[in-house]
Structures are given as C-alpha cells and as structure tokens.
Design a protein around this ligand. Structure first.
Ligand SMILES: Cc1ncc(COP(=O)(O)O)c(C=O)c1O
Length: 394
C-alpha cells in the first residue's frame, strides 16, 4: 500500500470505537441512546455562567502549560482535603485535555518499550491503546461478576500478573463499566503488590463524586506509602456534566507529574483557558452549594429507576455502587454474543446499549457474551422512553 494512505503500525489495528459505532446505529434507527456515557441534560447554571464570565473577562489567551493558576490552586485545595496531605499546585498537578489526555501522557511519560502494564478488565477502552502507543505491553486481570452483583478479581491471577517488567497498574475506581468501587481490602492488597514490585498506580478517578448507598471510594494516593507511587487522574467533564469542555488533570508526586508534563507540553501545550478558569470557579463553589451530594443523590435515583426498568425487561442489573453505568445480564435472551444482542436491542427494540466485549482483551471477550452496558446519565424523559420500548421484552 502507498505510504500516502497506510496508517502507522502503532494505530493500524485500532478501528472505530464502539461508541461511535453504536451512536451511529442508534441515530440510523431512531433508538433511545443509553449507549455512550454523556449527560443529555443541561450543565449546572453556576458552571455555565462561570465560563461565560471567563470569556467576557478576556481569559482568552494561552495560559501556563501546567494549568491556569486559578485551577491548579483550586485543585490543590481540594486534593489536599481529599488526601489529608498538602498538595503543591505548581509541581504536583498537571491540567490536561480531559482525563483522556492525562492517561495518554502518563503512558508516554512513564513507559519504555516492552514495559508491562496491568489492566483490570473490563477496562475503559482507551487504556490498552494508550499502553500500546507508548510501546508498552498490557497484562489483563479479569473482574468476575458474582451472584451478589459485585465484581471481584482472583487474587492469584492478580499476583501472577506482576513480573520484572511491570511498570504501571491502572486502577479505575469507581469503575467503568461495572460501577464497582474497589473495597478497602482490595485497595490494600493492590497497594501491597505495587510496593513489593515497585509499580506505579495510575488511579483513574473520573467518577470520584458518583458513589451510592453510602459507599465511599478509597483513594489509592491516601494509603500509607502510596502517594509516592500514585498518579491520580480526574475529570471535570463527569463531575459537572460538561464532557465537551475536556478539562482533566493528573495529581501526584513531582517526578510523576513532571513525566506527564513532559509529554503534555508537546501534545497540547495548554488547554482552553476560559474553561480552566470556569472549572476553578466551579470547584470553589461546589462545596459551598452542596453540589456533590446533590448530584450523587440525583444519580442514585436514576440508577434505581434504570435498574427497575431493566429488571422488568428480564435484563438482570448488576447494581453499581458508583459511576453512571449499569451492566445487565442478558442470559434470558438467546443471542450468540453481546454484540449481536446489543445490535438487536438497538435496531429492533429501539434502545441502544454498548456490548462490553469492547472492554475485554481478545482472549477474555467471551466473558462478556451475555452482558450489556446501559447508562443512566439521561433525563427522566429519556429513561421513560427507554422503559416504554423495553416493555416489549417483558
Ligand atoms: C474511566 C474513564 N476515564 C476517563 C474518561 C475520559 O474522561 P474525559 O472526558 O475527561 O477525557 C472516561 C470517559 O468516559 C472514563 O469513563
């Protein structure tokens, strides 16, 4: 093939994401889209107004590439409270284009070719791509759904995944797509293994404010001996229903943040200044307004609604403790794969869900064959419309 049209080897196998594919399928068939995880309701007024004010105040030029001073200071204040230790805004925080760019930059900044990275699966689908583009090698550890609806890894499989080349472990809690919030004992076990094998944890906490039923997440960076080896990644997009702003960050000890910064300076340099100023303002206001518990209560209510809708349609929900996703067991329906079921649900029933096989390595994809992922970050009207269509299954 001509060099004009052939992609480089590192991206050749990637194809189109499952979200783009199922969003297009949903649109073509007029389906209610419970596939891709973005809110279809308005962002809070105090957040939108902050962005308008930032543009009007002419915060419109490049800013400091580590992040706008107002944002890194607001993040430092929040992280210091969350972690119970002082966090330095200038050297221990890097602002990036969403959590997505932190994940990519962390791999670029911390992996050498052949380094191994432990990924729990199902995984957020960017992880393997990030690792592979940095020349790393993913090592997969499955989470298995239990009879009580929880997801657990096999401790022996986790221990066996560590080896002399292991450099990073990705820990996503609350976890997309399962909604699992890793328990204290699991965090302690993972921390112990990472310390024993000198491994850095990439703690993806994009859903940090979305936990339910009184469950609270343990921050890996707050455990003894873990601050030094943890990069905590966050996203304003999830917390403030502004996924299109793409404001995210990495927080950790200066050497880890320096590695992310070294890659970020050549990726985007800085990111949209008015949105950084607006997120700084939103972070400062959120606590005073009681925004975080209100948002979690709203999502818990939506979770319960969607879980009941799915159960009525014989799609057994594996009830999540966090995030805005529900994985349901589709075994009541006879389909050869999760992909076949989700295509049928989208095109024949008119409700789009994501086949979770996209979040597993090739070898473990059969583990997803009777699962489907739905999201509940949607208006009540959208959930009601989905319920009406799913009634056909009842
Ligand atoms: C687990 C996880 N990490 C990271 C991201 C990306 O976040 P952002 O939109 O801030 O890039 C997502 C988005 O869906 C996610 O689910």
């Amino acid at each position: 093939m001509s060099h004009l049209v052939s992609p480089a080897g590192r991206v050749a196998g990637f194809g189109v994401t499952v979200f783009a594919e199922f969003t297009a399928l949903a649109e073509a068939h007029g389906a209610v889209n419970l596939g891709q995880g973005f809110p279809n309701f308005a962002a809070p007024d105090f957040v939108k107004e902050a962005a308008e004010a930032a543009i009007a105040a002419d915060h419109n030029q490049y800013t400091r590439y580590g992040g706008h001073p107002a944002l890194v200071q607001a993040l430092a204040a929040q992280a210091s409270a969350d972690l119970g230790r002082p966090v330095d805004p200038w050297t221990e925080i890097q602002v990036t284009a969403g959590a997505t760019a932190s994940l990519f930059a962390a791999c670029q900044g911390l992996l050498d070719p052949g380094d191994e990275v432990i990924l729990f699966e199902p995984f957020y689908d960017a992880y393997p791509a990030d690792v592979i583009m940095a020349g790393g090698v993913p090592r997969y550890v499955p989470l298995y759904p239990q009879a009580d609806g929880a997801w657990r890894y096999d401790p022996d499989e986790l221990a066996a995944a560590f080896g002399p080349r292991t450099r990073l472990l990705f820990l996503n809690t609350p976890h997309n797509p399962t909604g699992k919030v890793f328990a204290s004992a699991e965090n302690a076990e993972i921390a112990g293994l990472c310390q024993a094998h000198d491994v850095v944890v990439i703690a993806d906490e994009a859903y940090e404010r979305m936990t339910y039923d009184g469950v609270s997440m343990v921050r890996m960076a707050s455990l003894p001996g873990m601050w030094e080896r943890t990069l905590s990644i966050g996203s304003a997009g999830k917390t403030f229903s502004i996924t299109g702003w793409k404001v995210g960050w990495s927080i950790g000890p200066a050497p880890l943040v320096a590695a992310v910064r070294a890659a970020t300076q050549w990726m985007t340099f800085s990111i949209a200044t008015p949105f950084q100023v607006a997120v700084a303002h939103a972070l400062e206001k959120a606590r005073a307004l009681g925004y975080y518990p209100d948002m979690a209560a709203m999502y818990q209510d939506k979770r319960d609604r969607l879980a009941a809708i799915l159960a009525a349609a014989r799609l057994s929900p594996l009830t999540p403790q966090g995030t805005y996703f529900i994985v349901a067991d589709t075994s009541a329906y006879d389909f050869p794969s999760d992909d076949a079921f989700c295509r049928w649900l989208t095109t024949a029933i008119g409700v789009a869900a994501i086949p979770p096989g996209a979040f597993y390595s090739e070898a473990h994809r059969p583990l997803a064959s009777h699962l489907a992922r739905f999201c509940f970050c949607k208006t009540d009207a959208t959930l009601t419309a989905a319920a009406e269509r799913l009634q056909r299954l009842a």
